[in-house]
Design a protein around this ligand. Structure first.
Ligand code: NIG
Length: 421
């Protein structure tokens, strides 16, 4: 065997996630007790007992990482972020904690459109500079792939600017970024009273221009009473699909408005949020095989109830993905450990189901077949944790345990950590 570029040894177990979401999650995680993992050419080349490593696997050029008894799993995949933005909304956070609601703040001129004002005023360079530390905080939690939405530009020039920033960030950091066009995040202020003109701008100008530059893989719409109607969402996402983008939806977050049914009708990749999903919406998603992306940090951060019914969604057979939803309004946090903890405490998932949702489930929602899994041939993205079991991640609430983060076979984060076991 040619020498490996990287070998991780001395693990408690390696989770290779070779099962499916239809199996019991503990089985789907596919634990390999005491295994080691080797990466060559950016891909997993070996998983198995150290004593069975083929001759020549470890050479002078092989970087050997001692897991010190911690477990190893694939890099986390974050399927829902809004991490490119300027400005901040800490005053809104304060107002909400004193009783104001997300919608009241939006109606008073705050909310998404306030971040739009700041983001429009910022240059590309400025947006890159502001987003880098957010990406590094996600990396430090073990995230190696993240979806990133536009949605704070809301005109042709600024939506393109945001997506070009995503492209630049992808080249500047080890994180792999998957871009999503979210021009239908809110009706911008200058279109107040003429929303149909804005929907036409999305369909006739923004979507074709983004497609021409190849700037987005997905298109998302915030389908909500206070944002875009089901019919507007259908028209925008149908146009995006005709331009090669795959639909995702912000669905049933604040009200049950038929967004899940629309996601099912369109065969969307995901329906995200789902705090208010109805029984018929849930059934439609299950029948259409749409992945449910849960973002519990937002439910907490906005002080809303209920949390999305993760248990019922999972029991109905849906693939579940977990996202940070990092954004300045509803989830100013890159803390993936907190997401896992809330998914267990509030969405009703088991630790194994939550771990699946943050890795393989999320990768599948982005159409990434060789991510979120550590079978031979898969992406060499992995995390060495400072604890012996994935169960510690939600249990040690809000505390990150990623000790070494590897992207495509290269160590990109190494941090000191005491074992929590
Ligand atoms: O996913 N709900 C819509 N979009 C974001 C919040 C964006 C904002 O408030 O700036 C979300 O929660």
């Amino acid at each position: 065997m040619d020498a490996l570029d990287l070998l991780v040894r001395n693990t408690s177990e390696v989770l290779t996630l070779e099962g499916t979401h239809r199996e019991k999650a503990e089985v789907a995680l596919t634990p390999r007790p005491g295994a080691c993992v080797g990466v060559r050419g950016g891909r997993v080349a070996y998983v198995g007992p150290e004593k069975e490593l083929p001759a020549g696997a470890v050479g002078p050029s092989t970087e050997v990482v001692d897991a010190e008894g911690g477990f190893v799993g694939p890099g986390f995949v974050d399927p829902h972020t809004h991490l490119v933005f300027a400005g901040e909304r800490s005053a809104e956070f304060d107002l909400r904690n004193q009783g104001a609601t997300y919608l009241e703040i939006a109606k008073a001129g705050g909310g998404i459109v306030s971040t739009v004002r700041a983001t429009r005023a910022a240059s590309e360079d400025e947006l890159v500079r502001l987003a880098l530390p957010r990406i590094h905080r996600l990396l430090a939690h073990g995230v190696t792939v993240a979806e990133v939405k536009s949605g704070y530009g809301l005109d042709l020039e600024n939506e393109l600017k945001m997506l070009r920033v995503v492209r630049r960030l992808g080249a500047l950091t080890p994180m792999e970024l998957v871009p999503t066009l979210l021009c239908a995040h809110a009706v911008p202020e200058e279109y107040r009273g003429r929303r149909e003109d804005y929907v036409r701008l999305c369909i006739d100008e923004i979507i074709p221009a983004v497609a021409r530059e190849g700037l987005a893989r997905f298109c998302d719409v915030f389908v909500e009473d206070s944002a875009f109607t089901v019919d507007e969402g259908r028209r925008i996402l149908t146009a995006a699909r005709a331009h090669g983008m795959v639909p995702r939806l912000h669905a049933d977050q604040l009200t049950a408005c038929g967004a899940s049914e629309l996601a099912a009708e369109l065969g969307a990749a995901t329906a995200d949020h789902l705090e208010q999903v109805t029984e018929s919406g849930l059934r439609a998603l299950a029948e259409a095989n749409v992945t449910a992306v849960l973002v519990p940090t937002s439910t907490l951060f906005l002080r809303m109830r209920p949390y999305a019914p993760g248990r019922r969604l999972r029991d109905a057979g849906l693939n579940i993905a977990l996202g940070s939803n990092v954004n300045p309004g509803s989830a100013m946090s890159e803390n993936v450990a907190l997401v896992l903890g809330l998914a267990c405490l509030e969405n009703g998932l088991s630790a194994a189901e939550a771990y699946w949702a943050a890795t393989r489930g999320a990768a599948q929602s982005l159409g990434l077949q060789s991510h979120g899994r550590l079978a031979v041939g898969d992406a060499g993205d992995l995390v060495v944790f400072g604890c012996a079991s994935y169960r510690h991640l939600p249990y040690h609430l809000g505390v990150g345990h990623a000790r070494v983060v590897v992207k495509a076979g290269r160590v990109v984060v190494r941090q000191q950590m005491n074992s929590c076991a």
